[in-house]
Design a protein. Structure first.
Length: 304
């Protein structure tokens, strides 16, 4: 099945370089109608609705919409998948990957787009031009870097279905949306990156909102955004729910928590939800457990 999958990669120098998108294109080819992937850097807020992709032919400059991001449009952005390096690799512990969280205030992920190319693309060389409202660490943005691609003359029968053999031995069609980030409540510092605050021993966040009565701790999740900075601070998180109140505690036994490490996602299994939008507050403590000053925090409902 993988014979019809082609990778068109915007590769980052050692994947990440000083929190910026260091872009190098690789001239691979695909057929109109094929499924390809695009690695587009450490984007935050990239969605199918705020992103467009078009193919521009080198032959005559004609433009062909690949993904328009509008109802009824030519929408072929099939999945948006965040990819993290394995924590046992040199990339995680001994590279510039740490500068992603230091510059962007979020985890060191690489955003991968899975795209079905339309069947009407002309043969020959051209460029895929991506335009998104997503933000990037540093000054380099994917909007400024078109991707070279060659369209081959033959046509596949259909976009790749990513079939696989399941645990019972039957062939099953892969659901790429299972790899996408679910709707969630993003908890983070209200201060921009670059603010000056001391390092902390612990941070306690209180989320208070009216929950659907069906919600219990078995279908509610709180996950910490994984940053390379955690290797320095040795950050550990725990949380508990009491009624409509959820308390999240992030602790550093070394007393080296940075303010931007207050970044976690709260989400639910199934259709459970807050019925009243939650409020949020935070308390900060030094390594000896004394209360100290710290920045405000905020919560945003990310629907994707």
């Amino acid at each position: 099945m993988f014979s019809r999958v082609y990778l068109v990669v915007i590769f980052l120098s050692a994947i990440f370089l000083n929190g910026c998108v260091a872009v190098q294109s690789f001239p691979l080819a695909a057929r109109a109608g094929d499924t390809i992937t695009l690695a587009v850097g450490s984007a935050e807020g990239l969605t199918k609705d705020n992103t467009t992709i078009e193919f521009m032919s080198d032959r005559n400059g004609d433009l062909f919409p690949v993904h328009e991001g509008i109802p009824g449009g030519n929408n072929n952005l099939r999945a948006i998948v965040p990819v993290y390096p394995d924590k046992r690799t040199q990339l995680w512990i001994n590279s510039d990957v740490s500068s992603i969280d230091e510059n962007a205030g979020h985890g060191s992920w690489l955003t991968v787009l899975v795209v079905d190319l339309p069947g009407n693309l002309p043969e020959g060389r051209g460029m895929l031009r991506i335009n998104t409202l997503a933000t990037y660490p540093g000054s380099v943005h994917i909007n400024d870097y078109p991707v070279s691609i060659e369209i081959l003359p033959t046509r596949p029968d259909a976009p790749n279905s990513f079939d696989y053999i399941n645990s019972t031995g039957f062939s099953t069609q892969g659901d790429l949306t299972m790899l996408e980030v679910m709707p969630h409540y993003l908890i983070e510092s209200a201060e921009p990156m670059g603010a000056v605050y001391p390092e902390y021993g612990a941070i306690e966040i209180v989320i208070d909102g009216v929950l659907d009565p069906s919600v219990n701790e078995d279908n509610m999740y709180v996950v910490l955004d994984e940053m390379e900075q955690h290797l320095v601070s040795r950050a550990e998180m725990s949380w508990k729910r009491t009624g409509d109140q959820t308390i999240v505690r992030i602790v550093s036994t070394k007393g080296k928590l940075s303010y931007y490490e207050v970044r976690a996602s709260l989400f639910f299994r199934g259709l459970q939800e807050y019925t009243v939008f939650p409020t949020i507050s935070a308390r900060y403590f030094d390594v000896n457990g004394f209360s100290v000053i710290g920045p405000a925090v905020k919560v945003t409902h990310i629907l994707n």
